[in-house]
Structure formats: structure tokens, C-alpha cells
Design a protein around this ligand. Sequence first.
Ligand SMILES: Cc1cc2nc3c(=O)[nH]c(=O)nc-3n(C[C@H](O)[C@H](O)[C@H](O)COP(=O)(O)OP(=O)(O)OC[C@H]3O[C@@H](n4cnc5c(N)ncnc54)[C@H](O)[C@@H]3O)c2cc1C
Length: 449
Amino acid sequence: MAEDYAEKSFWLGNSGAYQESPLLVNDIKCDVAVVGGGFAGIATAYYLKKAQPSLRVVVLEGWVIGWGASGRNAGFAMTTFGLQMSITKMLFGEEKTRQSHRYMERAVDIVGELVAEHKLDCDYERPGFLRIATTPAYVKRISEEVHLVKQLGLTGVDWIEADEVQKRVKSPLYMGAWWEPRCALVNPAKLAREMKRVAVKFGAEVYERTPVMEIKRSTQGFTIKTPRATVSAGKLVLATNAYSLAIPELNAMQQPVWTYIVLTEPLSKTQLDDMGWQGREGIEDYRNMVHYYRLTADNRLLMGGRDIALTYGANMEKDLNPKIFAQLEKDIVDFYPCLKGIKITHRWGGPVSVPMDMTPALGYLGGKDAVYSLGCMGHGVSLTHLNGEVMADLLLERKSEWTECFPVNRKVFKWPPEPIRFVGEQAILGYLHAEDAWLERKGLGPAKK
Ligand SMILES: Cc1cc2nc3c(=O)[nH]c(=O)nc-3n(C[C@H](O)[C@H](O)[C@H](O)COP(=O)(O)OP(=O)(O)OC[C@H]3O[C@@H](n4cnc5c(N)ncnc54)[C@H](O)[C@@H]3O)c2cc1C
């Protein structure tokens, strides 16, 4: 089979040989069918088999494992939930904000535990996370968020001043930061493939290049049609995230939004010394249209974010965006003037799933025999792994601290149908851009050009 996924991200094309699982050619019966082989789907299959080895659990992936956002992201395993903690507090109140942060902390820890327990080969490192202020207005915004963390009685996050940030990584734009040592970095394609290895070891069956075309529910369970065979399943997991537009029950719950990444050639020792990035922290700023950046295992600079792309209707062909790639390439030099002239070797993008209230969601769907996970925004690397454990527990009707925690089984506001949906999204995006421009006018910032 041609490696047609290789161009979808640096990770998918450069993480060693990948052995695809077979496609489904015979009709089968199973206890649980998982639709979608990203982090969420694979983790759910693993946790189901771990909890109840006798179950027949089948993962149906339309392309290959990690083909979606899971194999294309920046690899930050972080605690960020939704857009901003203050927005979660405004929408859902203090207690649910506290719960969501604890949920995310657990999610970050779970990834580390899975890596250690199963010796997952995924370039895992735990250098911590810096949310960096690049203008005085962002100093205020980020320090207020750090204050909110403390006010909620949460720990693990501190504000550090500009001189301390500059000791960790040098840029003329850095004015202070949110510092959170808990967070980790991974090669996401390797993580997804390694989790498939473990799920299969525990007895899950994985079928790749097996897109689900139709799902019918009856009192006996679910009949799931794929191009060459039909699956009869007692229970169902929908782990299609941003690719959920064709699933009527999920369509209105989320909207795909594209984010993009550029990657440099490996940096030289001199360049690395000039940047002074000894601790290799994952870094974001705090624009609404956030920048996120990090070093890869072979010391390339990955720079992502800066702007997003929307879509109309069910069009999912948005993975390349020359305008945003060009902006990101320019931003690299704004952040790090010493990298002027650096070669860009890879450019890619992918969709994240955005609910109307910009808050992740998971839970039962129309009964206790089906569960879903979506709306991870750009922060699903850690979240989806805990979601996998929780979805497994929900299907097995087992309670845990996390099944009872916000955001599990929360009420989800629905996006309106097209064309009102598109108009509404444009309005929200326009507001977010305007707010970024306003905050950047108050000081130096990469968007101020
Ligand atoms: C460019 C980019 C950068 C990001 N950076 C970060 C980051 O640094 N940190 C972070 O926490 N998050 C990040 N994210 C978000 C993160 O990648 C996602 O939240 C996470 O991977 C979602 O995992 P998932 O399993 O829910 O969905 P996905 O990985 O998208 O998996 C869904 C799967 O379902 C399959 N599928 C869809 N429809 C069907 C069907 N009908 N039949 C069969 N299979 C189907 C798809 O092929 C896909 O493989 C980023 C996302 C992108 C795109």
C-alpha cells in the first residue's frame, strides 16, 4: 500500500516504517465497535480490553491510525482546556473550572504513565510549558490567568518574570510567562502507532482503510456499513472528532477548524546556543489565534498556529494554506532573529474540533450503548487519552472519579445549520482577530506588521 499518509505531517512521514493493519473484508459481530483510530478511539479500545479482556473490541479507521489530528499535531501534552480558564469560569462557574483543570492534569499524567508502563517509543520528554506574554497587554492577560489558577485553589502553575523567561529561552519579544512543569512533549504519530501496538497486544482488533459509511441503531445494537463488510456491534464508540460532519448525531455538536504548522531543518549548535533554549520547553503565546512552538527530537523548530481556516458545509479539503504558512515562516524570525534564513522543510495542517462554547465534550449519545468524544479544540493530546478511559468506563457502566467530573456528559449547545453556521463562525473569528489586533497594538507582537 502506498504511504499516502506520509505527506499529511512530518511525523506521519518520518517516524520509521509503519505496518498497516488489514482492511475489513468479512462481516463480523463484536461487543464494541470504535469508529475512528485517533488517540481517543485507540485509547478507548485499549481501556475496554484492559478492563474486560473477554470483550470483542473492533476499531474501524477510515485511513490509517493517526491519519487525523492525532498524527499531525504539535505533540504538546498539556492541561489547557477549551480556550481559556477565565472563559470556562465565565461559562460554567468556579467548581466546573476546577474540575476541568484537574481532569486535564490527570490527562497529562496518564500519557506519562502509559509511556512508562508500556515503554511507548514516542520521543516523550517532560520539559514543562511556557505560556509567554509578548506585549504588555498579554502580560496582564496571562498573569490574571495565573492568579485565577491560585484563586481556585489549584497548584502547579506560576508566573515568571521576563528576566527568568530570558534565562530559559531568549527572544526580544518575551515579557513574562505562565510556567507549568507538568506538561510533556511527544512525537504524536509514534504515540498513536504505539498505542495501537498496545491495544492490539491486549486483544483489540484494528481495521485500517475501513471507512464507516452508515450506522443504524436498533434494539439489538448497531449495524455499521463499511465498503466491503458489515459490523454488528452491541455498543458503539464515536471517536471521529473534527471528522464528525457526516454523522448526524454529532454534526451540530462541533465544527472543524484548521490549524497549520511549519517545520525548519535541524538547528545547528550555534543557532540553539543563540536561542538559549536549554530546557526545551513547549511554548505558546496567548493570542486568541495562538502560536505554539517547540523543538523536535532532532532539534527542528516546529512553529504552529498564528491563524485558522474555517470551512463551509462538509468540505474537509483544507489541509494546506500557503498564506498562513508564509505568516508562520515570518513569525519564526520575529521570535528568533538569529534564525533569519533558516530553511523550512515541512508544512502541513489539520482540523481540530470546535464546539459552539469552545469547550470539550464527551459522554453518552442517545443511550448507554453509545459514547462520543469531540471538541478537544487544539488541546486533545492528553485529553483524548483520559477520554478513552472514561468512555470505556461509561460503556461498562463503571463509575470513577473522572466519569463523574465535568466535562463528562455535559450539555452541549448546538451549532446552527448552514449558512447561518458559517456566518456565525465568521463573526466569532472576526471578533477574535480584532481582539488580538487590539492587544498587540499595546506593545510589540508578531502580528503587528
Ligand atoms: C495542526 C494541529 C496541531 C495540534 N497541536 C496540538 C498540541 O500540540 N497539543 C494538543 O493537545 N492538541 C493538539 N492538537 C489537537 C489534537 O491533535 C486533537 O485534539 C486530537 O488528536 C484529537 O484526537 P481524536 O482521536 O479525537 O481525533 P483524530 O485524531 O482526528 O481521529 C479521528 C479519526 O477518525 C477517523 N474517521 C473519521 N471519520 C471516519 C469514518 N467515517 N470511518 C472511519 N474512520 C473515521 C479519521 O480518519 C481519524 O483518524 C492539534 C491539532 C492539529 C490539527
